[in-house]
Each structure stands twice: as structure tokens, then as C-alpha cells.
Write a protein that binds this ligand. Structure first.
Ligand SMILES: [Zn+2]
Length: 341
């Protein structure tokens, strides 16, 4: 697609990190391939004036064992707030390491703008939107201060999905009807140019995709500019990245796709789920399943199709859960650092 390098790395023993996270084989034993991804836009997201909405979620009980204090007078939330709507929905999280600078992206409107821009693009393509978790009409964003330093987390960044989902589950926050998109605002020292991470099909399971807001390696960071959209009607680099990762959690791309290539497709370099960057990127020319034969609106009942996702609004006829959802919601991935209380 516009902006992604997919690298496959075999790990001798262990974790399946699909664009990120831990997965267990059906027998409970870890399986072992790592997919690394980096997104590479050839042009920066255009700057446009965007309305800044202030999130006014009510602060709730702090998460177990985690510091929640922050230097702001604005209301924020450290727990999922009462939902506006029922049904399967996507919940957003703003996460910081214990020593990370707070950019207040959950309360300054940036994450809500990003989420809305993501859905703007999807609606243009499909006539549907992802059902977001909102409270009183505003995006319900959870603020998460992790108990580990940026350095601790950076050393285990390939397992950051696992860490975050572990935290969501042991604190009782993970819901069986939700997927989680975490904007992680700590430096990640990576030579691979990761921008977003998620469990990928067919083996990956998980409810958590992570957007890495801060890189470190100056060379590789050129391939991952880490820029937000500034307008709800323009889908920028971060928005494309997280949409790509979210589709992975919906089972896209299935092995049954005719142009399947390692959880991605290989039939058009401007496809949202393309397997390898080709040097061009423009949201104006992005395809959601070029040819409609691999993962969107292909009409085959036996192959994962975004058009039938239960996370869409309006709800599609014959709406389907992501593959292996019962495994996903039961699985508590390990804390890769090992010190979480
Ligand atoms: Zn991917």
C-alpha cells in the first residue's frame, strides 16, 4: 500500500507478533513468525485547519496499581465510560510510559480528529463506518499511564500489543464486544521502522492494535513520518496505518484471498493492505481491496470480508465476528516485561 514495508522474520521459538502481538496456536503453544511493518508515505499529510474538540469524559477510578495523575485541569478518563450504543465497537486509548511526556492527545482533540478522519475515508469507500465507543456523543478515550519506562517498553516493543492487552485484561477493562486502538506516546528504539502493530491472520489473535507515535532511529523514521491528519476529511499517515492494523484484527487478509501474500495482498501497490511499499502514497488513490476480490465485498461466504464485519455501522446483513473471536476474548497474553501487578 501507500507506505508500508512488510518484513517477515522467523523467530526460533515463540511469539507470533503479527504486525505485532502475541498469538497462541490452537493447542495453546506459541507459534512463531514475526511480521514487522513500516508505512512509508511519499508525501506528507496536508495541513488543513481542523476544529479542535475538547473531550470532557469524567475521570473514573484509577486503574489498579497504575499512576493516573497528570498535570491538567481538564477532565479525562482512566476507565471505559458508559457506552452511548450497544454492539461491537472500537475503543480508543492514549497510553504513556511511566516517564513519558504527556501530550494530552486524548483531551486536546487530536485522537478524536484522527479517529473521525479514519472513518471518513472508510465511509467514502463503503458507505459504512466503524462503530466507535462514545460517551455523550464524544469519542470515549481512555488515558493509560503504564508502569514501565519508555526504555523498558522499547526493549520489548515487538510485544507491545501483548503488554497493552495484558493490562486491559488484568484490570478488568477489556470488553468482549470491543477492539482497542492504542496510541502509544513513548519513544520506541527500533531499527525496523515500525509504525503500527497488530495481530495478523491466520494465526494471530488479539483485541489490541497499537500506533507507535514516537520513533527513535533517524534513518528509519524517514520511512515512518508519524504525522497526524489536521482535518477530519483528510486521512493522514497515522490514520492509514491504524486502519490497516485494525483490518488485520478483523481477519484481513485471509489465506483464502486469491492475491494473498502473508496476511496482506500483492495485486496493487496502492491497496490499503498491500504487502510491500513501492514508493508512492496518496490517500486520494488508495484502494480498499483493489478488484474487490480479496477482503472487501468479494461475495464469497467462506472468506473473511470487511463488508460483513459486526464492527460496522450500519450493521451488515449477516454480520460476522472476527475469526477466532472466542479465542481472542479468552486469551490473556503475557506481560512481556513481567513486572505488572
Ligand atoms: Zn499489515
Amino acid at each position: 500500500m501507500h507506505g508500508r514495508i512488510a518484513l517477515l522474520t522467523a523467530l526460533g521459538a515463540g511469539l507470533l507478533l503479527g504486525c505485532g502481538s502475541l498469538a497462541l496456536a490452537p493447542d495453546g503453544l506459541p507459534t512463531g513468525t514475526v511480521v514487522l511493518e513500516a508505512y512509508v508515505p511519499a508525501e506528507p499529510a496536508t495541513e488543513a485547519p481542523g476544529a479542535v474538540a475538547v473531550v470532557t469524559a469524567v475521570s473514573a477510578t484509577p486503574a489498579v496499581g497504575l499512576p493516573a495523575e497528570r498535570d491538567t485541569d481538564q477532565a479525562y478518563s482512566t476507565f471505559d465510560q458508559p457506552d452511548d450504543v450497544e454492539g461491537y465497537q472500537v475503543h480508543f486509548v492514549y497510553a504513556l510510559p511511566s516517564d513519558g511526556a504527556d501530550a494530552f492527545l486524548d483531551i486536546d482533540g487530536q485522537i478524536e480528529l484522527s479517529a473521525n478522519a479514519m472513518n471518513y475515508w472508510l465511509h467514502n469507500k463503503t458507505g459504512q463506518r466503524l462503530r466507535y465507543d462514545t460517551q455523550d456523543g464524544k469519542l470515549d478515550i481512555t488515558f493509560m499511564r503504564l508502569p514501565y519506562t519508555a526504555e523498558d517498553i522499547s526493549q520489548e516493543y515487538r510485544s507491545i500489543n501483548s503488554l497493552l492487552e495484558h493490562w486491559l485484561k488484568i484490570t478488568g477493562q477489556a470488553k468482549e464486544n470491543k477492539l482497542y486502538i492504542v496510541y502509544y506516546d513513548g519513544f520506541v528504539v527500533t531499527n525496523e521502522g515500525y509504525c503500527g502493530l497488530a495481530p495478523v491472520p491466520p494465526a494471530g489473535i488479539g483485541q489490541t492494535a497499537v500506533l507507535l507515535l514516537r520513533g527513535y532511529n533517524p534513518t528509519r523514521d524517514l520511512t515512518c513520518p508519524r504525522s497526524f491528519t489536521r482535518s477530519a476529511d483528510y486521512t493522514g499517515f497515522f490514520e492509514v496505518t491504524i486502519l490497516h492494523e485494525l483490518l488485520h484484527m478483523l481477519g484481513v487478509v485471509g489465506e483464502c484471498a486469491p492475491n494473498y501474500n502473508g496476511s496482506h495482498v500483492n495485486d496493487h501497490p496502492q491497496d490499503l493492505m498491500y504487502h510491500q511499499y513501492d514508493g508512492t502514497y496518496s490517500p486520494l488513490f488508495m484502494y480498499l481491496d483493489y478488484g474487490n476480490d480479496d477482503y472487501y465485498n468479494h461475495g464469497r461466504p467462506d472468506c473473511p470480508d470487511l463488508a460483513r464485519s459486526i464492527f460496522l455501522d450500519p450493521l451488515p446483513e449477516g454480520a460476522e465476528l472476527p475469526p477466532r473471536w472466542s479465542d481472542t476474548i479468552r486469551n490473556i497474553p503475557p506481560d512481556p516485561i513481567g513486572g505488572m501487578q
